[in-house]
Design a protein around this ligand. Structure first.
Ligand SMILES: O=C(O)CCC(=O)C(=O)O
Ligand SMILES: [Fe+2]
Length: 269
């Protein structure tokens, strides 16, 4: 949980309000952006009422590519400007955190920025809507997963629902007002050769209030080949635990819905 991050409270509130307005648009207007193609820069999806195995998935989402090129929608009015400013501030916060993380791994502060080509890093604006669900015990907002990228900055509208897994158990996360929840993600685990772990998380739903969350994953540039940092690999004592893969190709792995990290993790002795 990150506080004192310098991103104005008014901006965080404005971007959540605009997401609420977007989700309140008539379904036909949102369905213009409905696609299963993950490479479309603006993508809307609705999962409410879709049953997968024994659960309903109770979530609508909007995903927009925000960096290196900023795409956005023209509705609701003013959303694009607010979201652009918000994404820029999140990019700055994640760059700062990654400087500290570089140092914690024994590198100079710009190591991750350079190695992952963050000047043209891929950033996504991902808003989630979880309407009240009449039978929350039969539904899941978003199933257990880890995020791609390096760091995800998450905020919500004061209604809880996020859970993270620790030692095989699920824990509710109750963020402080105006804080960011920062999740370490798959490519930080790969780059650090497992020193940082990608956080397994999910979102549950409730039968009272509508929850909105905004996740901003910040990743390498799409054509960066990501592998464990050579300085953190020692063939005798600490062999590379992940196979190298371009970030873009890793994103394509998501298409079949299986956990991607398992596909690049090597069984090490
Ligand atoms: O809504 C949440 O708290 C989690 C959202 C999430 O994990 C995601 O969008 O990747
Ligand atoms: Fe996530």
């Amino acid at each position: 949980m990150l506080v004192n991050h310098g991103v104005p409270e008014t901006l965080m509130k404005a971007v959540l309000d605009d997401c609420n307005e977007f989700f309140n648009l008539p379904m036909e207007e949102k369905m213009e952006f409905a696609t299963k193609d993950i490479w479309k820069p603006i993508r809307f999806g609705t999962g409410v009422d879709i049953k997968v195995e024994k659960f309903f998935f109770w979530r609508d989402f909007l995903k927009v590519f925000a960096h290196p090129e900023f795409h956005f929608l023209s509705k609701p009015q003013g959303f694009s400007e607010i979201a652009q400013e918000y994404c820029k501030r999140c990019h700055e916060v994640s760059m700062e955190l990654l400087k500290g993380i570089s140092e914690s791994l024994g590198f100079e502060e710009s190591y991750i920025e350079k190695a992952m080509n963050l000047k043209s890093g891929f950033q996504l604006f991902a808003a989630n809507l979880y309407p009240p669900c009449p039978q929350p015990e039969l539904a899941m907002g978003i199933p257990a997963h880890t995020d791609h990228g390096l760091l995800t900055l998450l905020i919500e509208n004061g209604i809880g629902g996020l859970q993270i897994q620790h030692n095989g158990k699920w824990f509710h996360v109750n963020p402080l007002p105006n804080s960011f929840l920062v999740n370490t993600a798959d490519h930080l685990e790969i780059l650090s050769n497992g020193r940082y772990k990608s956080i397994m998380h999910r979102a549950v739903v409730n039968n009272q209030s509508t929850r909105i969350s905004i996740a901003i994953p910040n990743g390498p540039s799409l054509d960066t080949m990501v592998s464990p940092a050579p300085e953190l690999v020692d063939n005798e004592s600490r062999p590379a635990a992940y196979i190298p893969m371009k970030y873009k190709d890793y994103m394509d792995l998501q298409l079949d819905g299986k956990p991607c990290l398992e596909r690049v993790r090597l069984p090490i002795a």
